[in-house]
Design a protein around this ligand. Sequence first.
Ligand SMILES: [Zn+2]
Length: 358
Amino acid sequence: MQREQIYLHEMVHALTKEGDPVSTRALRNRGPIVYLTDKILSEAGYDFPQQVMYSRPPTDASLPKTLPPHERPGYDWETVARAMEVENRYLDGIADAQAGAVRQTRILGEAVENRLTVKEVDAMHGELASSTQRPGEVPYFGDRFEAGFKSAVDTQGRSPRSKEVLGHIDFFYGELYRNSKLFRRLFDAFAGARAPGEGQAKWKFVLPPEGAAGDPVAARFAHGVDETARTVHLSGAPAYYLSNEGIAKIERCRELTEAMVQILTRRGGVAEDLAHRNRGAVVWLADRILQEAGYPYPKRIAYATAAQSDTVAQEQLALYETVARRAASAEDRHLDSLHPKRNRQVLACLGCRPRTHS
Ligand SMILES: [Zn+2]
């Protein structure tokens, strides 16, 4: 336990006159002081692990052996930690609504400008602002899409059997282009989806073999954009991502949107060691595009995913919820504040020529 945590804990006691959980509840609960202490330190930009339960493992190593298992600190830790994530979702909502969300200068121990997502979105903003493409000069969307993309195929290169999924990909992007201003800007300004150059193939979408969901090897979560082969591999089995409402199944429309944003902007994913605590610009942009286009999806808050068959990875992902959710909303507040006069949200400004920000 860090000195800051101890000092603040006692200060919150003094200010609120609230107590800690009594010993019989202290293995299943944190109590208000621990929650508030963690929340405040998080807002202040520290990167301390959260305290899941009030009781801590005793320093005397022999002590736990004298207790029955269900009274030992750490018993059923994962269940209690999951409960804490759900509590935080609820309590943060109340705290932020009542006290007002803080404009942070540090997030998880890092200056806000150095956060991966903030840096990437900033860089993209600059690229868009310097784009010379003007609306009105661009030809019909369907023609441009056809010039850059082949119709979808299966892994053997045959035309799709599952027409209901693949036959509608061009229709999906057409609707997205119609309904999202941000998507239009990206598609018009970035060169990633233009017609292939000499000796280059068109982009193609590949679905895993039918029945892959029942085959543990083929169902491995291995989707993504292969820049060299100009191929988008769509996931066969459901996979999970971390949202501000807990873990959620990746929606096909989200997958398609993220793939296209990645193709357009030529930005890759997030390194594995950062993926639980960062989204990256592709995830961020796709979220905002889907929101603009009216999809009722939760906000994706981390780049990491977990396969349906991998319950350990799912469990691990779920335990980052509070950390990732708080970081994502602090990043969004920062990004939204960069263009307060033009619009409350930076997405409407992407590509504008702001004075405050180059
Ligand atoms: Zn206390």
